[in-house]
Design a protein around this ligand. Structure first.
Ligand SMILES: N[C@@H](CCC(=O)N[C@@H](CS)C(=O)NCC(=O)O)C(=O)O
Length: 201
């Protein structure tokens, strides 16, 4: 598989981390968004939307959209719950991530970290919605180690982060959120999660 991605992008790193976790072999083709490498005729032939991540699967078929890609890569693995309701709940969070987390937290991170903007100069709506997204994650992770847990078990009883049946559930977004400069909400959920992600491979 060939993964076209920019290593400053959370959407792209999601694909890399999923492939690494599943020990899939791939070539990473660094595609610099800041240099408009997604707008060349060659890249647009691969993904007419002009965005990374995009992959070319081993059989030559292309696929874009980070969540479509990671779902496809993880198909049949323990990253995806077997139970249909849990699977739908996982999708619920993934759709939420693209609509309510990424456009605010990732955009704030991009502007602060890569465009050198002060948090005070960010559009207030981005800050407000970004903080709300982090709070939603905090609330979701405060009671349970995974957003889709299926068991409702206490986070403290499973410090290793493994699901009781030994399966890893999809890890929530937020790994790069600290670079956004938004205050982390009070509580233990997100902090615990970020600590665990530091060791997730
Ligand atoms: N919803 C898309 C978003 C992809 C996206 O926004 N990609 C950005 C980098 S994070 C990009 O390629 N921007 C370059 C451009 O639009 O020219 C996904 O999850 O894959």
């Amino acid at each position: 598989m060939r993964i076209f991605g920019d290593s400053i992008s959370g959407n792209c790193l999601k694909v890399k981390w999923t492939a690494d976790h599943l020990r899939l072999s791939y070539d990473w083709i660094e595609t610099d968004v800041l240099k408009a490498a997604t707008r060349t005729p060659e890249f647009l032939a691969l993904n007419p939307a002009g965005q990374v991540p995009a992959v070319i699967l081993d059989d030559g078929r292309p696929l874009a959209q980070s969540n479509a890609i990671i779902l496809h890569l993880a198909e049949g693995s323990a990253l995806i719950p077997a139970d249909p309701y849990d699977r739908a709940r996982m999708l619920e969070w993934m759709f939420w991530e693209q609509y309510s987390h990424e456009p605010y937290v990732a955009v704030a991170r991009f502007q602060v970290r890569f465009q050198g903007k002060a948090v005070a100069d960010l559009e207030p709506r981005i800050v407000e919605r970004g903080k709300a997204a982090l709070q939603r994650l905090e609330d979701g992770l405060a009671a349970s180690p995974f957003l889709v847990d299926g068991g409702g078990q206490s986070r403290r009883r499973r410090p290793g982060g493994l699901h009781p049946r030994g399966r890893r559930r999809r890890l929530p977004p937020g790994r790069l959120s600290e670079g956004a400069g938004l205050d982390r909400p009070g509580g233990e959920g997100l902090g615990y999660h970020l600590g665990r992600l530091a060791t997730f491979r």
